[in-house]
Ligand binder design. Structure first.
Ligand code: C2E
Ligand code: CA
Ligand code: CA
Length: 275
């Protein structure tokens, strides 16, 4: 009887009510945060694993909340996706990233994540082109990262969006490879410029035979399709060496530094004479 009572009134669960309230508060705050400029880009270095050269940066969203400090994208990106705010959020992030990066060494690229929700919008390529024109950032220095999962929600539309981006000179990377269901056929049908291996595989290759085999397989798939492979989440030199040995041409991760805001990234580039 007690169980039944609990179930019947489970929607009155105070923990659940608190969670719903917290989520609602976060959503309301996010709605205000986007126009207030609290969502800012941080930049994570992407390296050539063979030469040690800095090639560019991945743009990662950060929410600088006036009371709660920095909020992780894992907490607010899903809310932005579910509420349709992701388009505006992405727009403000891209604009800031393009404005910051257009003054850097012109050889440096930036990679930006685009979510599944955005891939449902046939106008996405035009929106990105418009931002590039407005900010004066060249298309050939931009790469869009699309996750495997996002791709398969609507294969045909995704394919046409990727085609338009590529026609404009924008590169497209397949992100979080290994977590979804891509087949070789899919990979061949989509004109990707690179594959990125999800960090959970990269970080356990030393201990876990299966991950090592998977990373090796992805690297050889990349090689056979002529696609360079980027390893995410490299935290130490041993992992870097292993990924290099497996044929990954590029890498990123905390080994090279934490993602930094535009001002600190500028400082870093000035020190390396890359402005
Ligand atoms: P992701 O695209 O896989 O981005 C890489 C994540 O790994 C970032 O987390 C980065 O800070 C973290 N990372 C990088 N190197 C290391 C490392 O060596 N060790 C560890 N432990 N972590 C590392 P972050 O910034 O928290 O972003 C989480 C996810 O949120 C991203 O995963 C991406 O899926 C999403 N995200 C971030 N910014 C955006 C955005 O602007 N738009 C969209 N749609 N998604 C975004
Ligand atoms: Ca990414
Ligand atoms: Ca990842």
């Amino acid at each position: 009887a007690k169980e039944a009572g609990r179930n019947r009134f489970s929607w009155f669960d105070p923990d659940m009510a608190r969670a719903l309230h917290a989520r609602h508060e976060l959503e309301t705050a996010l709605r205000a945060a986007i126009p207030a400029g609290q969502i800012v880009p941080h930049f994570e270095q992407q390296m050539d694993l063979n030469t040690g050269q800095l090639l560019g940066f991945e743009v990662l969203a950060r929410w600088n909340h006036p009371l709660h400090g920095q909020i992780s994208p894992d907490r607010f990106i899903p809310i932005a996706e579910q509420t349709g705010m992701i388009a505006d959020l992405s727009q403000t992030l891209m604009r800031q990233a393009f404005l910051a990066a257009r003054d850097w060494d012109p050889a440096l690229t930036i990679s930006i994540n685009v979510s599944a929700v955005q891939l449902r919008d046939a106008w996405l390529p035009q929106k990105i082109i418009k931002l590039l024109l407005e900010t004066g950032f060249p298309a050939h220095r931009l790469e869009i990262e699309i996750t495997e999962r996002a791709l398969f929600e609507n294969l045909a539309l995704a394919q046409s969006i990727i085609g338009s981006l590529k026609n404009q000179g924008i590169s497209v990377a397949l992100d979080d490879f290994g977590t979804g269901y891509s087949s070789l056929g899919h990979l061949r049908a989509m004109p990707f410029d690179r594959i990125k291996i999800e960090r959970s595989f990269v970080q356990v290759i030393a201990e876990d035979q299966d991950s090592a085999a998977l990373v090796g397989a992805v690297a050889s798939v990349g090689a056979s399709l002529n696609l360079p492979v980027t390893a995410e989440g490299i935290e130490d030199l041993a992992t870097e060496a292993r990924m290099r040995a497996l044929g990954c041409a590029r890498g990123q991760g905390y080994l090279y530094g934490r993602p930094a805001d535009a001002a600190n990234t500028r400082r870093l580039l000035a020190e390396r004479r890359l402005l």
